[in-house]
Structure formats: structure tokens, C-alpha cells
Design a protein around this ligand. Structure first.
Ligand SMILES: Nc1ncnc2c1ncn2[C@@H]1O[C@H](COP(=O)(O)OP(=O)(O)O)[C@@H](O)[C@H]1O
Ligand SMILES: [Mg+2]
Length: 398
């Protein structure tokens, strides 16, 4: 008997038989049920929901609404960022004739894993412009080993599928910008490759310059078609955790008077990142010219437990949904009790890696179950309910 001649009566994806599903679409060698079609549809529309056309005007409120469906909390940051982005695209779509409106790049300051990259990425998705993330720590001045700063622009051209005009309206997110802060005074004897020099190299680029990057020909035809890309309309968003910046702000707000007569407890104000000034950033080690080109500074806050729980279940593409889907493919229904979610968020707080810890936690909790899916199938286990106990001590159900 050949494979083909078998009549398929269950879904090849979730394994449900044709009796229990609404509809079963049967092909030559596989079949899919209506539930799985729906799941796939959701996944696909989410990934490819980018219509071709770009608008020439965006309202901050619309940007904000879109950010809200993907990013939890960070209300102030969303508002400031929405306005900055709307203004940027308003300006480049209607270049003023006699006045020069200065370009406003954006600096996002705040703890790791709290949504800096996610905010920038989500905004780019909304605007339907190409987006790249560049790591500041891997950038060097021209002439040193490493990626020179113009490599960011060639990445952007790639992200735009080689379309120069599109790239010129794109967004570059420069991550870990705090890592290229000037080091202490003592290191100034030799040239500071990773720090100040890179800031200097970035100046022209973020302000607006024409740079020549390999384009058209791409990798297959090296040397052919250098593209001249003007960066004046590219929006640069820089992000960094700026560990220690709070102390700088604190010192400014409370005076640095330590010791005799200093009133430590009386009038101490807790310096908050949203009080940051350009001066604080200079003290931290950013050069003033660099800070001057990032006219909007946005601060984001540590996520609290409730927000972490929301990230688990409420945002688009949330982690619980992703793993529920994965297990559904094994015909297993995955559920979590409220206490379990609470415990996962609690554990995540301890990891101090922001929402990134959620992924680590979910993986840890579901590991034994995901490993034994074959055993579960053999034993007809079709339901996993995760409670607090199984978060604290993940064990397979067998
Ligand atoms: N405010 C948030 N809302 C929703 N998800 C978040 C949030 N912050 C972080 N995450 C999740 O954590 C991951 C890492 O966040 P990211 O934006 O890269 O942090 P960072 O601030 O270090 O750039 C994101 O991919 C996302 O899944
Ligand atoms: Mg990041």
C-alpha cells in the first residue's frame, strides 16, 4: 500500500480527528483543520500586515495607540516619542523653504529589558519604514578594526531591500549608546577607540551627511553600484541603560556635599531618570555635541509585577500565546492559573533583566512538559495546567 492511498482523517498539525474539528481540509499527504488554519492566519497577518503605502502625516495619538497595543506601561515615553516621531515625519514630508527646522533625534534612557528597543521597533512598524538595530559597542571610528558607523546605513539600505529613497526615511536604533561614554579622565592619554572617538564619528551621520554605501549590486557583485545615501531624514533613536546616571542626577539635585554639615536625610530628593538634563549626560561621559543632536530625551521606568503579568498575557505576540500555540500543535491545551502568572512575574523581578526574564522563566517552567510531548501523546495527556506549584518546581506530568 502506498502512502498516498491512505485516507487522512486527522489534522497533521494538531492531530485532532475529523470528528472533533469543524472542517478538515485534506491534501495528498497532509490535512489541516479549521482551527489550525485560523491560528496560522493570525500568525501570518501579524507578520505581514504591512501595507505598501506610507502616509505623509501621522498624528501622535495614532502612533500612541499603536504603541499601546504592543508595549505595556512607559506612558510618558510613549507620549514624548509619538510627538517626536510625528514631528520628524511632518518635517521631512514638508521641508520648509526659508526656515531650517533642526532635526530631532531621540535618546531613550532607562533600565534594560523595559522596552527601549521594542518602542523604537514598534514605531517603525507602524510607520512602515525600514528599521535596524545597531549595537554601539561594535562601532568604531573609521580606520579601526570593527564596523565603522556607516555600516549602520548599509544595514538600513539592506532592510529597505536596496531601495535608497525608502532607506532615507528609515529609523536606526543605536543600542547601548551609554557604553561609548567617555571613560574617566585617566584614560585620555591614548585615543579612546571605543568611546569618545565613536561619538565623534557618529556626529555627522546623525546630523545629516551623504555617505557612500554598497548598494544595488549587493554582496553578489561587490564593488558595483555604490549608493549615495543622505542621512538628513533618517531618524536616529539611541538607547541605553545609563547605569549610574541616577547618581549623577541625585548629586546635582542634592548637592555633592558629603561629610561635614551635609544634611543627608533632610532634603534628599530621589533623583529620577525623567529629571535628566543634557548636563547630566555630559557628566556621565557623553560629549556635548553628541547630546546636542539628540534633542528629545525620553526616560523609561522599571516594569512592576502587574506590568510584567500584562506582558505575559495582554500584548500582541505575548509569550503565553506563543507557547500555547506551540503546545496546541501537539494537541495539548496549555493553561495558567492567576497565581502561576503572579509567581512567574515575581521570579522575573528577581532576575533584574526586565521583561527579558519572562522568556527565561516561561522556558524554565515549560521545559519538562515540552520535552515529554511524545510521552504525553502516548499517555493521552491533553491538558497542562500550570499553577504556582508547577512554577516553583517544574515537573513533567508523568
Ligand atoms: N514595556 C514592555 N511591554 C511589552 N513587552 C516588553 C516591554 N519591555 C520589554 N518587553 C519584552 O522584553 C523584550 C526585551 O525588551 P527590549 O525592548 O529589547 O528592552 P531594552 O529596554 O533593553 O531595549 C522585548 O522583546 C519584549 O518582549
Ligand atoms: Mg534593547
Amino acid at each position: 500500500m502506498t502512502e498516498e492511498s491512505k485516507i487522512i482523517n486527522h489534522c497533521s498539525f494538531c492531530g485532532n480527528s475529523k470528528e472533533v474539528v469543524k472542517k478538515l481540509i485534506v491534501g495528498d499527504t497532509v490535512a489541516i483543520c479549521s482551527d489550525c488554519v485560523e491560528l496560522c492566519q493570525d500568525l501570518i497577518t501579524d507578520e505581514t500586515a504591512e501595507p505598501e503605502k506610507q502616509e505623509s502625516q501621522y498624528y501622535p495619538e495614532s502612533i500612541r495607540e499603536y504603541l499601546d497595543s504592543h508595549v505595556i506601561g512607559q506612558d510618558d515615553a510613549k507620549m514624548v516619542l509619538s510627538v517626536a516621531i510625528a514631528n520628524h515625519y511632518k518635517r521631512i514630508s514638508n521641508p520648509p523653504k526659508d526656515t531650517e527646522i533642526q532635526k530631532g533625534n531621540v535618546l531613550i534612557v532607562g533600565p534594560t529589558g523595559s522596552g527601549k528597543t521594542l518602542l523604537a521597533k514598534t514605531a517603525a512598524k507602524f510607520l512602515k519604514v525600514p528599521f535596524v538595530v545597531a549595537d554601539a559597542t561594535s562601532l568604531t571610528e573609521a580606520g579601526y578594526v570593527g564596523d565603522d558607523v556607516e555600516s549602520m546605513i548599509s544595514m538600513l539600505v539592506n532592510a529597505a531591500g536596496g531601495d535608497k529613497e525608502l532607506a532615507e526615511r528609515g529609523i536606526v536604533f543605536i543600542d547601548e549608546i551609554d557604553k561609548i561614554a567617555r571613560k574617566g579622565e585617566s584614560t585620555s592619554i591614548t585615543r579612546d577607540v571605543s568611546g569618545e572617538g565613536v561619538q565623534q564619528a557618529l556626529l555627522k551621520l546623525v546630523e545629516g551627511t551623504v555617505c557612500r554605501v554598497p548598494g544595488g549590486g549587493g554582496r553578489k557583485h561587490p564593488g558595483s553600484d555604490m549608493l549615495e545615501v543622505n542621512t538628513k531624514n533618517i531618524l536616529f533613536i539611541a538607547g541605553g541603560a545609563f547605569v549610574g546616571l541616577k547618581d549623577v542626577i541625585n548629586n546635582r539635585m542634592n548637592g555633592t556635599s558629603i561629610g561635614f554639615g551635609a544634611s543627608i536625610k533632610d532634603s534628599k530628593v530621589e533623583g529620577d531618570l525623567d529629571k535628566v538634563t543634557p548636563d547630566d549626560l555630559t557628566k556621565f561621559g557623553m560629549i556635548p555635541e553628541f547630546i546636542g543632536r539628540f534633542t528629545t530625551t525620553v526616560s523609561i521606568q522599571n516594569l512592576n509585577k502587574e506590568q510584567l503579568m500584562q506582558i505575559l498575557t495582554d500584548v500582541k505576540n505575548n509569550y503565553i500565546g506563543q507557547y500555547t500555540y506551540l503546545l496546541k500543535l501537539d494537541n495539548i491545551e496549555l493553561t495558567f492559573t492567576e497565581e502561576a502568572l503572579d509567581q512567574i512575574a515575581e521570579n522575573c523581578l528577581q532576575l533584574k533583566t526586565g521583561a527579558r526574564g519572562l522568556h527565561t522563566e516561561i522556558e524554565r517552567v515549560l521545559m519538562p512538559h515540552m520535552f515529554y510531548t511524545r510521552k504525553y501523546k502516548e499517555n493521552q495527556i491533553k491538558q497542562i495546567n500550570i499553577n504556582r506549584e508547577s512554577v516553583l518546581d517544574p515537573k513533567p506530568l508523568l
